[in-house]
Design a protein around this ligand. Structure first.
Ligand code: SAH
Length: 351
């Protein structure tokens, strides 16, 4: 682990607008400085103070003495043949995380990480296989967005969507994730609408309800099984928050946000992909305002699951559609650079 002489200046990246306002007012500076600096960091991607050319020289010098704008190093940038781009970031303490930029016709979606590793140990996910290292800070979380937005801006493009579907369980890191969301939604931050920010969770029910109370973001729930028996085997978190509680939360949230919750379902051949499983899932979700996102398993070397064939995927989907449940199959993106769902693990060594 490299920890060189530690920079003790205050890191402004990752502070919410309110925190910046409090910081500047404690420092005896004007309140509007918070908005000004926020725009420089998140709209113009400044990483140092000399770049902030509309601020007086004196103020820039004060800032450089007391503050900094952190920027983890993008150590590896890989492009898939389908246009997906995976970035490996080296954080200041030497840990690594990945994010994935997914260009689609009318969207530019960034999939970001919220933890280094993950503690939930879902049997089919590569991130879980290397265990949990630590929570990411809000600054580290939003830096992934700064990097992608800046890269897109170079070709005149804009980031349109952010999904917390990278490494980690965002709702096991609710404080830092909340700060990051506040910056994503702020008009002095990235200015994204809540519709375009999706928090994906393995089902940490209380934190999910809390977050839905605080922010008008979208939710995706990795449901992945239709019985507690199977789900607890695949996802140990189910023992803490079983399906009944989870589905009830999925029914509550759209009533507040007016928006459907996404139910993600990773399809594992011979495990949860039969027509019977599909019918059970339809029964479980009956009456909920959901859309189902089917994700055929993406292979990795940690575990021995396999992906169902196309026919089984279609059959599963047909059953849901026949039951009146909206269902789409998620297109596999970035598989050739191990950037697909469940394949991210940073630069972690083999367990
Ligand atoms: N912890 C959060 C965020 C991770 S999102 C969550 O569980 O929702 C990652 C999504 O990819 C989840 O829906 C998960 O079920 C799915 N997934 C994990 N491993 C996978 C794999 N190998 N193939 C396909 N999908 C996978």
């Amino acid at each position: 682990m490299r920890r060189e002489t530690k920079d003790t200046r205050v890191d402004l990246k990752g502070m919410t607008l309110r925190e910046l306002e409090e910081f500047f007012s404690r420092w005896g500076k004007e309140r509007y400085r918070a908005r000004q600096i926020s725009r420089w960091i998140y709209r113009r991607f400044a990483e140092d103070f000399p770049a902030m050319t509309d601020l007086s020289k004196d103020f820039r010098n004060d800032l450089a003495r007391e503050c900094r704008v952190s920027a983890p190093v993008a150590e590896r940038v890989e492009s898939s043949e389908d246009g997906t781009v995976k970035v490996l970031f080296r954080l200041e303490d030497g840990e690594t995380v990945e994010s994935v930029l997914i260009p689609e016709e009318d969207r530019r979606t960034l999939c970001i990480s919220s933890q280094v590793g993950c503690a939930l140990k879902c049997g089919f996910c590569a991130t879980g296989a290397s265990g949990f290292r630590r929570n990411m800070t809000s600054g580290e979380i939003v830096h992934q967005v700064c990097f992608a937005a800046k890269r897109l801006a170079e070709t005149g493009e804009r980031l349109t969507n952010v999904v917390f579907m990278g490494m980690g369980e965002p709702l096991e890191n609710p404080d830092e994730v909340s700060k990051a969301i506040s910056i994503l939604l702020s008009q002095f931050g990235f200015g994204l609408s809540g519709k375009r920010v999706t928090v994906s969770t393995a089902g940490v029910v209380p934190a999910m309800l809390d977050l839905a109370e605080k922010f008008p973001v979208s939710f995706a729930v990795s449901i992945n099984a239709s019985s507690d028996e199977l789900r607890s085997k695949m996802m140990p978190i189910n023992r803490k928050y079983p399906l009944k509680e989870l589905v009830s939360a999925m029914k509550t949230i759209p009533l507040r946000s007016g928006r459907k919750v996404t139910a993600e379902y990773v399809l594992l051949a011979g495990v949860n992909d039969s027509s019977m499983d599909a019918r059970a899932l339809a029964r479980l979700l009956a009456g909920a305002r959901v859309k189902v996102n089917l994700i055929p398993f993406n292979a990795h070397e940690y575990g021995d699951f396999t992906s169902p064939d196309e026919e089984a995927v279609n059959r599963f989907r047909e059953v849901l559609l026949a039951a009146g449940i909206q269902a789409i199959t998620r297109e596999r993106r970035g598989g050739d650079i191990r950037a697909a769902c469940g394949q991210l693990r940073g630069a972690a060594k083999s367990p």
